[in-house]
Unconditional design. Structure first.
Length: 164
């Protein structure tokens, strides 16, 4: 060689290779995204949104009635125990006939659980449970002598790894 690179011609085989690589990349990325979209949380909150919408106003009325009571609910989690406290408008404990909590991950239903809390006196209800680290939605239903169970929903952040 005399120091110059030999010129190579761009042929149909080269163009075919470019097209295969280009579209192969696009198709493989699309297939990967489709797989992850199909294998993770569906986003389904209710099975039939039309039926759920029929009860929306009724549920809002119940929520307004509960808010009008002036009760003060609080939820806490210390890494091993979920605590729920329910006090009336004057700060006195509210008598309950059972308290249940539904613990839900906001974007994954695989770890959802329902636990029954035990009264520890003075409006405090507790249950021993281990939660994985991250966001949790806690929906508490307390039988407090009302027409419908008193409902309180809140989000908590569990630090660390927790249970797996």
């Amino acid at each position: 060689m005399d120091g110059k690179m030999a010129e190579r011609e761009f042929t149909g085989k080269h163009m075919l290779g470019v097209l295969v690589l280009f579209f192969g990349t696009i198709i493989s990325v699309n297939l990967t995204l489709a797989y992850f979209a199909n294998s993770t949380w569906s986003g389904l909150v209710v099975k039939n949104s039309y039926v759920a919408s029929q009860h929306f106003n009724e549920n809002q009325g119940v929520a307004r009635a509960h808010a009008a009571l002036g009760w003060h609910p609080s939820v806490s989690y210390d890494g091993a125990q979920l605590r729920f406290t329910l006090l009336d408008a004057k700060g006195a404990p509210v008598a309950t006939n059972g308290v249940k909590a539904k613990l839900m991950r906001p974007a994954h239903e695989g770890m959802d659980q329902i636990v029954e809390l035990v009264s520890a006196g003075n409006g405090l209800h507790v249950v021993d449970t281990r939660l994985a680290g991250g966001q949790w939605v806690v929906e508490v239903l307390a039988e407090a002598g009302l027409d419908t169970p008193y409902r309180h929903a809140t989000r908590i952040l569990v630090k660390g790894e927790g249970a797996k």
